[in-house]
Design a protein. Structure first.
Length: 422
């Protein structure tokens, strides 16, 4: 009778996963239950620390740009040192800086501590992705990543509501709870999840000796299919970044002091939609070509951002947010499994770090360009729609017009590259 509720109904895609995946799922819920700072970072900077829209955009871009070396270093250390070691170390250090903000809430301390914490959490991200891949199999990898993604959003469905309530008068408590929940989730990982045995699998395949001599950039020259897919995600993240930057500013203009509460409501709806529909979309698309599904998410993004640019009422904003979330789900549950299934295990940290670097570049450019003209929010959002449509066109070109030939070429090149690595 174990997991009987999982084996039936909409959660059936999550049956028969490894024990560690379920534990990692629980740890992600705990972490995200206290995720108060990042969702409201724009409002914290503008309303609590006195930043202008342009300064906030520049800081957001700088914050993301400083994460570039962090994620690259984190990817290398993930492959060299180990997934669990890097994950635990970075999360403990990152939570420490949030606790410093709670104890000493001074502007000259909060700004650098936010940046340091974000960099450390970013450095841990490749380890999270690689650990998920190592604890799953090609057959259940999509479901494993989907479950972890679901856990993140279960936490995020609750945390923005509390963040919106705490924002006006309890900023120090927000920092404390954010750091404390990360520490708790890290303890769960320390005591309940083993270090994955990917090194033994690498040795058995004769690849371990080459592990330290190839960078992510050199590796991607051997795997051009991976490189192409990763570069395509740049436009997605450029557009996606406006969810956490331009939309909060737009809500502040429309709703004033209620902007934080209303934006938190839409963020919570985003997470609730993920909770309700991730398993459904996982089951519906598990037999579809991953690249085609990722391309489909582009047109869904486009529709949602067009609505954000045009609507003014809160109910329609919520509808647009739900549509946006469908695109997010489709992209999220297929991209990481695709990368994991096409990457040798000893390179997973570096490949994931490069993918995050490309996506972070898109995230950095989005707030930077939008912050230059904060009064033209609708125009900026409409331009984001154009970017999403362009990306969808490129993805459609890959997934339909050249589907058969491109897949054969990618497979042939990657098989040849794997032989050269061996």
């Amino acid at each position: 009778m174990r997991f009987a509720l999982i084996r039936k109904g909409i959660f059936s895609p999550y049956a028969n996963l490894s024990r560690e995946i379920y534990i990692l799922f629980a740890a992600r819920i705990v972490t995200c239950l206290g995720g108060f700072i990042q969702p409201l970072l724009t409002l914290i900077l503008t309303q609590k620390l006195g930043f202008s829209a342009a300064e906030t955009g520049s800081f957001s871009a700088l914050l993301i740009l400083t994460q570039a070396p962090a994620v690259i270093l984190g990817g290398k250390l993930t492959d060299w040192v180990g997934r669990k070691t890097i994950l635990v170390s970075c999360q403990i250090a990152g939570s420490f800086f949030y606790l410093v903000c709670a104890l000493f809430p001074y502007k000259f301390l909060i700004v650098p501590c936010i940046m340091l914490a974000a960099d450390l959490y970013t450095a841990a991200a490749p380890a999270y992705e690689a650990m998920t891949a190592d604890l799953s199999t090609p057959e259940n990898r999509q479901a494993s990543y989907s479950l972890i993604y679901l856990g993140i959003n279960i936490g995020l469905a609750v945390s923005p509501l509390f963040a919106g309530l705490l924002f006006q008068n309890y900023l120090r408590l927000m920092f404390f709870l954010d750091g404390a929940t990360t520490l708790v989730s890290t303890l769960i990982i320390i005591f309940a999840i083993r270090e994955p045995d990917w090194k033994e699998r690498s040795k058995s395949s004769g690849q371990e000796q080459r592990r330290g001599n190839i960078s992510a950039f050199q590796l991607l020259r051997l795997f051009p299919g991976l490189l192409f897919v990763i570069l395509l995600t740049f436009a997605y993240t450029f557009t996606y970044s406006q969810w956490s930057f331009l939309l909060p500013l737009q809500f502040g203009d429309f709703y004033g002091k209620n902007g934080a509460v209303n934006y938190s409501m839409m963020t919570a709806l985003n997470s609730l939609t993920v909770v309700l529909f991730t398993s459904v979309l996982t089951g519906l698309t598990k037999r579809r070509r991953p690249l085609r599904v990722i391309a489909l998410s582009g047109v869904v993004f486009s529709v949602s951002f067009l609505m954000f640019a045009l609507v003014r009422s809160m109910p329609l904003f919520l509808v647009a947010g739900a549509i946006f979330t469908f695109g997010e789900i489709l992209e999220s549950i297929h991209l990481r499994p695709y990368l994991a299934n096409h990457t040798p295990p000893q390179y997973l940290g570096r490949i994931n770090s490069f993918a995050m670097f490309v996506q972070g570049t898109g995230n950095a450019m989005g707030p930077l360009l939008a912050g230059v003209h904060p009064g033209a929010g609708g125009l900026s959002l409409y331009l984001d729609v154009s970017g999403g449509i362009c990306l969808f066109g490129r993805g459609r070109y890959v997934c339909t017009g050249q589907k058969g030939e491109a897949n054969r070429r990618m497979s042939a090149v990657e098989n040849s590259a794997a032989e050269r690595i061996r």
